[in-house]
Design a binder for this molecule. Structure first.
Ligand code: COA
Length: 260
């Protein structure tokens, strides 16, 4: 599939989705969001793709936010629709996806950019990265899941301070807060992401999907996460991967998972 605002690269079972609007610091305009919807839908469907690394083109930005130039035409209805569609088509799609997604934060991750990274399952950052939710400086608040996911990831106290002050934090601070789990020098960022993803991809794919669903469940309104965990745990016993994993352990050999 050809995209105007994304680059797609495949490296064995890893697919790179690279946001490619460098002159606008990879800001998310409507077209880019629509392309992200298509790219992730296809990556989750394609059996050749085991997991995804999302990053930004160039050295300066992961994503510097939603495209502010598109905000001027919006009224209350338009703003509500923008947020609702963004949640469903991109941010929740990624967060609830069945394959692991790592955000490799290579520079500014602001507003919708940080929200995009937070929708991913794992975040690692270049030591040059800066992160923040500056929406209140525009008379807005984070509208792509930021108020919920930042509080889930770093706790309500720190999250509300970051959102109300609009302050940016460094990669090292983000790691201290638990917002990112690894910090690498810029040259090593993608190798670090690949090594992490390769390790995850050696595990049983259906169990990974179940684990993502179970971890997410507790953060979904009205869903009992423990019940989801019980159901997903039980489902795994019906998979060939489970039989292979146990056979391999008992036979003292490496498991060969097929995602079946
Ligand atoms: N939406 C639209 N365009 C954006 C953008 C955004 N979120 N962020 C950056 N750009 C554009 C700039 O308008 C500029 O375009 P131009 O060259 O056509 O004028 C280009 O990207 C480069 O950005 P610039 O501001 O000149 O770079 P800088 O190094 O001086 O500053 C930032 C970098 C990230 C601090 C600054 O761009 C910024 O504050 N961006 C907006 C961040 C934000 O509020 N995001 C939340 C949106 S809800």
């Amino acid at each position: 599939m050809e995209f105007q605002n994304l680059l797609i690269e495949n490296k064995e079972r890893i697919q790179y989705i690279i946001i490619n609007r460098e002159s606008k610091l990879n800001a998310l305009n409507k077209d880019t969001l629509a392309e992200l919807h298509l790219a992730f839908t296809e990556a989750f469907r394609n059996p050749a793709v085991g997991g995804i690394i999302i990053t930004g083109a160039g050295a300066k930005a992961f994503v510097a936010g939603a495209d502010i130039s598109e905000f001027t035409a919006l009224d209350v209805e338009g703003g509500t629709a923008l947020a609702r569609e963004g949640h469903a088509n991109v941010f929740d799609l990624i967060a609830n996806g069945p394959k692991p997604v790592i955000a490799a934060i290579n520079g500014f991750a602001l507003g919708g950019g940080l929200e995009l990274a937070m929708a991913c399952h794992i975040r690692i950052a270049s030591e040059t990265a800066k992160m923040g939710l500056p929406e209140v400086t525009l008379g807005l608040l984070p509208g792509y899941g930021g108020t919920q996911r930042l509080a889930q990831l770093i706790g309500k106290g720190k999250a509300i301070e970051m959102i109300l002050t609009a302050d940016m934090i460094t990669a090292v601070e983000a790691q201290q807060f638990g917002l990112v789990t690894h910090v690498a020098c810029p040259e090593d960022l993608l190798t670090t992401a690949e090594e992490l993803l390769q390790k995850i991809l050696s595990r049983a794919p259906l169990a990974l999907a179940s684990a993502i669903r179970a971890v997410n469940a507790g953060y979904t309104d009205g869903v009992n996460g423990y019940e989801t965990e019980i159901a997903e745990f039980g489902k795994c016993f019906g998979t060939k991967d489970f039989k292979e994993g146990v056979d391999a352990f008992l036979g003292k050999r490496k498991a060969e998972f097929k995602g079946e």
